[in-house]
Design a protein around this ligand. Sequence first.
Ligand code: NAD
Ligand code: WQD
Length: 337
Amino acid sequence: MAILVTGGAGYIGSHTCVELLNAGYEVIVVDNLINSSQKALERVQEITEKKLTFYKVDLLDKAALDNIFQKENIESVIHFAGLKAVGESVSMPLEYYHNNITGTIMLCQVMQKYGVKDIVFSSSATVYGNPETVPIKEDFPLSATNPYGRTKLIIENLLKDLYVSDNSWNIIMLRYFNPIGADKSGRIGEDPKNIPNNLMPYITQVAVGKLEYLGVFGNDYDTHDGTGVRDYIHVTDLATGHLKALEKLNEKPGVLVYNLGTGKGYSVLDMVKNFEKVSGRTIKYKILPRRPGDIAICYADPSKAKLELGWETIRDIDEMCEDSWRWQKNNPNGYND
Ligand code: NAD
Ligand code: WQD
């Protein structure tokens, strides 16, 4: 029996494949490579010295997906595949709704046809919108401020409705906070196709000299140094959360939702300082105006995942910065090197 990993060539997917293979799971990846490289999967196999099966297939191609379910013995699905750039989602809402929502519907239709009803879904802390207080608990009010976030909210609701219609589904929705870091090997990591939107890849690209300086989006927030505070989580810790979720699915639990974060908040300038300390590089930065849509502070209460999944993070902020740096230093042009 195998685990189907949609979006398995991507940043979080590839790291999860490493942990799955190391734990002895059989892994089948479906990815259209729209935001990733097949090299990531070659390196996953090199790191683990284990094989996985790869299909270059778009989730929107239902016939191709059907063929995979017919051919393979799939036990459950981890569903990472989706478009994730907030700014792009504002300018291309139709593409985001179509890809993320229709893609999920097609996946669930094919799963239903083959009686595969166990799924782990990649949701996001973005579904909490601008929270009134921190730390954020799973039962906080949900809202979205951009089309990307709305696709996550819609998919969460869609999956809940699916369960109501048929209680034999088991669905775990994981709300990730801010994943950074990379596998210890330095062979896989985050490889943004264009100029990075997210903080850590921007910092690492300044550190290797690909970008001149970091723009810090606002220093007038109500935080300890005025810059935005986030809950950064090591991607390998995030990956192990998926293995715990798969184990939980064996208990046939119905619908569950968990925050995956550390419970600690670091500001933009904290991240710059930590990165400089572990890398020995100076990160030039300039204070810029706030980025529209950004919130001041966001960090998780991860206690539900600890209690019910037996999962907690073990890698601290220094390790996250060190591992991000090793990946970028060894692969200045990502998978194009
Ligand atoms: P990523 O872009 O690196 O990985 C997504 C993968 O899905 C890519 O390999 C892409 O090629 C593939 N894909 C996209 N549309 C597809 C389709 N229609 N058919 C087949 N493959 C398709 O992103 P990531 O950072 O690894 O994120 C994985 C998931 O986690 C996404 O759903 C994302 O929304 C969610 N998430 C990410 C973050 C983050 O900050 N990275 C935070 C919260 C949630
Ligand atoms: C972190 C902090 C910025 C870049 C986004 C999505 C969210 C989720 C994770 C998918 C903020 C500041 C950033 C830069 C900066 N993705 N920053 N200069 O905004 O918390 O979350 O990624 O689900 O949905 O919105 O992450 O890394 O973009 O920003 O000052 O060049 O760094 O203002 O305070 P964010 P981020």
